[in-house]
Design a protein around this ligand. Structure first.
Ligand SMILES: [Zn+2]
Ligand SMILES: [Zn+2]
Length: 133
């Protein structure tokens, strides 16, 4: 048995498939459904209001957004920002523009390989993905 001290609540926990203290996991799921219920009833609620009403910390709510489990409404959008450019995002880690850039960078790199201008055979230069993060 692998017993660890879970940093989430400071209690000892037996390592399990959840990767965290069972009580905390239950708390997290309860917190999430409380948030969901609250948002369903109060569509334009702000992050602060949701936190106050559900008792779930702002940090945790933002964590749900990063995980893609929650999508920020306009009221919450300013509280979570793109990891690349700092613009407000509503879900995940990157804004739409950066997501596009990210995808385009990968696409460009692939299409360059087939471009007649790139004479990879002659020069032997390997192509790299542009805008690599
Ligand atoms: Zn716990
Ligand atoms: Zn961005």
């Amino acid at each position: 048995m692998n017993v660890k001290n879970w940093p989430g609540c400071g209690k000892m926990y037996v390592q399990n498939s959840l990767g965290m203290c069972e009580a905390c996991k239950i708390g997290e799921e309860e917190g999430f459904s409380a948030i969901k219920e609250y948002i369903e009833e109060n569509e334009e609620s702000t992050l602060g209001e949701i936190s106050k009403a559900t008792g779930v910390s702002v940090k945790k709510i933002l964590g749900y957004v990063r995980e893609g489990r929650l999508m920020a409404t306009s009221g919450m959008a300013g509280d979570i920002t793109c990891k690349s450019c700092g613009e407000p995002v509503t879900i995940g880690n990157f804004c739409e523009a950066c997501m596009l850039k990210l995808n385009k960078g990968i696409k460009d790199a692939y299409s360059d390989d087939n471009s007649p201008k790139v004479e990879t055979k002659r020069t032997g230069i390997k192509m790299q993905i542009k805008d690599k993060f």
